[in-house]
Design a binder for this molecule. Structure first.
Ligand code: T4K
Length: 382
């Protein structure tokens, strides 16, 4: 098979029509407000509140700082049970708050925290659970909420991947004590860089708003040693404009996901998470597959390399596990993390983004099938 002429990356940011963005820029130029809660930011906050049907929200310049300051605002200390199968920023947010992460295993189907393992990992120092809706798959929120209630723990969701996901008809932002969404350019929905916190307790809003703005209450009062983590008005403009397209972005990803699923249905060694139950409106943010070396005829890493030779840049999200990065090797783990280790060794996320034509999805799928056939007929790969 021929190499793709242009590189195909795992994702590509969606950009609104340039003319629309320029019109928005004109508004910013006219107002001369670039940051510090300017008019675009305020408009954006209102629009997001309406989109998600939530009242308490706060915008940040990125998701990592949003999570970091959210944890600080909730005054989380001691130990927090979390997943090793995520982007490293999930644990970094704990580290920056001097909180000890306790890594706990995940469930094999959707890769989210395993509630039974969470309960077993609770110690007298545990104050919260930091769960991740990884790839947009909702955590087992009922079970986690029950554990949190019984053990008096805060329940925090890293929902970086889950913008647009609904459970029982309501936004996934409505669950737990705090949810963080990332609006980084590589996400389904973005504001170039950006982060959002959503929470049920209005008092937390004041805390995180102080924290992201140096702790200023007014011109002469600093009520806490805050930092600078504000979203600016140019980011807000991008966020506002991309918001209009969220249904289209999700619909296209769904079509891509359906096509991959159809193409891989009978290919040995490519395992995909099951279709979600009907009470979930999914966002199809990522397309993860697990490669079983024996069945597929080649390891995940060999396939990843082979695809690169053909100009297809899949990613091994999330390998290595966070607990295996040098800076977290000293952290004790609550259990052997058998499921997470297995998944991290097999996972591969394939290209999925708005601009990706279905014809190219077919070609990428054909290439993967071709690599499998070539390898198993030559019997030389393993
Ligand atoms: N929690 C979770 C669960 C997260 O996944 C993340 C971020 C966070 C917390 C923290 O949120 P933020 O602070 O980032 O808001 C990317 C993103 O940088 C990161 O936001 C994201 N998760 C993570 C899963 O993916 P990389 O290092 O893989 O990105 P990079 O630069 O390799 O980009 C991936 C591909 O996207 C490139 O190969 C090409 C394409 N690309 C990328 C950019 C930036 C473009 O085509 N255009 C672009 O502008 O981390």
């Amino acid at each position: 098979m021929e190499k793709f002429k242009e590189p195909i990356y795992v994702t590509k940011p969606f950009l609104p029509p340039l003319a629309d963005f320029c019109q928005g820029l004109e508004e910013i130029w006219a107002s001369q407000w670039l940051t510090n809660n300017g008019p675009q930011l305020q408009k954006y906050k209102r629009a997001l509140g309406e989109f998600l049907a939530v009242e308490n929200l706060s915008l940040f310049n990125n998701g990592t700082l949003a999570l970091q300051l959210g944890l600080q605002g909730l005054e989380i200390t001691g130990e927090v049970i979390t997943t090793p199968f995520s982007f490293v920023a999930t644990t970094h947010a704990l580290h920056w708050n001097k909180i000890r992460p306790v890594f706990c295993d995940i469930e094999p189907e959707y890769y989210t925290l395993d509630p039974e393992k969470v309960e077993a990992a609770i110690t007298p120092w545990t104050t919260a659970i930091l769960a991740v809706h990884v790839f947009g798959y909702p955590c087992n929120m009922e079970a986690l909420a029950d554990i949190a209630r019984r053990h008096n723990l805060k329940l925090i969701y890293d929902a970086a991947h889950a913008f647009g996901v609904k459970v029982e008809g309501q936004s996934i932002a409505n669950y737990g004590d705090l949810s963080m969404f990332s609006f980084h350019a590589t996400k389904l929905y973005h504001s170039v860089e950006g982060g959002l916190l959503v929470f049920p307790n209005p008092a937390l809003g004041a805390q995180v708003d102080y924290l992201k703005n140096f702790g200023f209450k007014n011109e002469v009062e600093v009520v806490m040693p805050g930092t600078n983590a504000k979203m600016n008005d140019l980011q807000a403009l991008m966020g506002l404009q991309v918001l209009k397209y969220v249904p289209d972005l999700i619909a296209k990803r769904r079509a891509i996901s359906d096509l991959y699923r159809e193409r891989f249905a009978d290919v040995p060694g490519i395992h995909m998470p099951p279709i979600l139950p009907e009470n979930v409106d999914f966002n199809y943010a990522y397309f993860p597959v697990e490669i079983d070396e024996k069945e597929f005829g080649m390891s995940r890493d060999q396939l990843y390399q082979k695809l690169r030779e053909y100009n297809v840049f899949s990613r091994r999200y999330f390998y290595p596990l966070i607990c295996d990065f040098a800076c977290y090797l000293h952290v004790p783990v609550a259990d052997p993390l058998t499921v997470a280790r297995g998944v991290a060794s097999r996972i591969l996320t394939l290209p999925i983004f708005f601009d990706l034509e279905l014809g190219l999805v077919e070609k990428i799928s054909d290439l993967i099938v071709f690599i499998h056939n070539d390898c198993t007929t030559q019997r030389g790969c393993l």
